[in-house]
Design a protein around this ligand. Structure first.
Ligand code: ASP
Length: 326
C-alpha cells in the first residue's frame, strides 16, 4: 500500500500536485489502506528510559489492550524509578529544592487530561488520566492538582531522593542555571502507542528542567506542545527545552503537517526548522518523535545524541535520531 501511496504522490500528481493538493493526497493515502495492520501494535518513546516503558506498554497492547492504557502503564515505569532523574520519583528539583511535576495524556477520541506544577505525587500521569476521566476539565495545576490527587486516593510522598538532593546542593554552590544539552537535567518521557485496532494515544511526563524557577511549567503538560494525538492522522511528543516547544506548539504543528501529507520524518524536521528559524537553538536541545496511522515513525532533534526506543515487529531497540546540527 505504501507503494501505491508513493505512486500517487510522485507519479500522478507529482511535485506540483503535492504542493497544491496536500489534503487530497493525504485523504487518498489514508483511504487506500483504511484497515492496515502494518506496523501494529507499536510503541515509541523518548530516551533510554523508554526501553522498559515500551515493554510495559507493549504488554498491554499484546494482550489486546487499548493504546490509552498502554501509554499510561508505560510511562509509569520511569515515573516510579528513582534512577530516572528527570521524571517522577527521584526527579531533579527546582532551584528551591522542590520536585514539581508536569504530565499529560490523550486518547484516540481527543479526550485529554493534564497536571502541571504538581508536587508529592509519584504518578502524575495517572492524576492526568483521572482529570481526563473524572472531571469536566483538561488541566489542574499546583495545589488544586494535589488536592484532587489526594481526593482520588493517591498517596502523598516525598519525591526528593537523597541522590537528587545531593545534586541540588552541589548546584546551589554556583547556582548557575543553564540547560545542558542531553544530560539528565531535562529528559522527559514522551510515549506514543498504536494498538491492535489501529488507535493512537500518547502520554508525556517529566520533572521538567532541573533548577528551574519555582512555579515554572514547561511544554510537557500542555496539550499540543509536549504531546498531541489525532486518531485520523497520528501523534507527536517532545522533549528538551520546553520554552522552545511552547513557542511553536510543536506537537500540534507536527500532527497538522502530517494531516497535510507530510511523513512523520518530514513533519518532525519542519517542527525543528520552526525553532531554529527564530530561537537561539545552539544552546538548547529539542527532540520530536512522531508516528502516523500506518505505524511509520519519524524523529528529529536540534543537536545530535537524542535517541529513542522503538518497540515494533517483536523487537524493542534504541535508535539514534537524526539532527539539524551534525
Ligand atoms: N520538555 C521538558 C520541560 O521543558 C524537559 C525535557 O524534556 O527535557 O519541562
Amino acid at each position: 500500500m505504501s507503494n501505491r501511496r508513493n505512486f500517487i504522490k510522485g507519479g500522478v500528481l507529482g511535485a506540483v500536485g503535492t504542493a497544491i493538493f496536500p489534503k487530497l493526497i493525504s485523504a487518498i493515502a489514508q483511504n487506500s489502506n483504511p484497515n492496515s495492520e502494518e506496523g501494529h501494535p507499536m510503541v515509541i518513546s523518548t530516551w533510554k528510559h523508554g526501553m522498559p516503558a515500551n515493554v510495559a506498554a507493549m504488554e498491554v497492547l499484546q494482550s489486546g489492550g487499548k493504546a490509552i492504557d498502554a501509554v499510561e502503564a508505560g510511562v509509569k515505569i520511569p515515573e516510579a524509578d528513582p534512577e530516572s532523574m528527570s521524571v517522577g520519583l527521584g526527579g531533579l528539583p527546582d532551584r528551591d529544592g522542590k520536585v514539581t511535576l508536569d504530565a499529560c495524556i490523550m486518547d484516540e477520541t481527543g479526550n485529554c487530561g493534564s497536571v502541571s506544577f504538581l508536587q508529592h505525587i509519584k504518578h502524575p500521569i495517572s492524576v492526568a488520566r483521572k482529570v481526563m476521566d473524572e472531571t469536566p476539565h483538561v488541566m489542574l495545576s499546583g495545589e488544586g492538582a494535589l488536592q484532587f490527587a489526594l481526593e482520588q486516593g493517591f498517596p502523598k510522598e516525598d519525591l526528593l531522593t537523597e541522590k537528587a538532593e545531593k545534586r541540588w546542593r552541589e548546584w546551589l554552590k554556583e547556582s548557575e542555571y543553564k540547560p545542558i544539552i542531553n544530560v539528565e537535567n531535562h529528559d522527559t518521557i514522551g510515549l506514543l502507542a498504536l494498538d491492535k485496532k489501529g488507535d493512537i494515544s500518547g502520554a508525556c511526563t517529566t520533572s521538567g528542567l532541573s533548577w528551574k524557577m519555582h512555579g515554572r511549567v514547561g511544554d510537557s503538560p500542555v496539550i499540543g506542545a509536549g504531546m498531541y494525538v489525532d486518531n485520523e492522522v497520528g501523534g507527536c511528543c517532545a522533549t528538551g527545552v520546553g520554552e522552545a516547544v511552547l513557542k511553536t506548539l510543536g506537537s500540534f504543528l507536527i500532527v497538522e503537517l502530517m494531516r497535510q501529507g507530510a511523513s512523520p520524518q518530514e513533519a518532525c524536521e519542519e517542527g525543528i526548522a520552526r525553532i531554529v528559524k527564530n530561537q537561539n537553538y545552539k544552546d538548547m536541545q529539542i527532540g520530536y518523535l512522531a508516528i502516523n496511522k500506518k505505524g511509520e515513525h519519524g524523529a528529529y532533534a536540534v543537536h545530535p545524541w537524542f535517541n529513542y526506543a522503538l518497540h515494533q515487529g517483536g523487537e524493542n531497540r534504541m535508535i539514534d535520531s537524526l539532527s539539524y546540527l551534525k
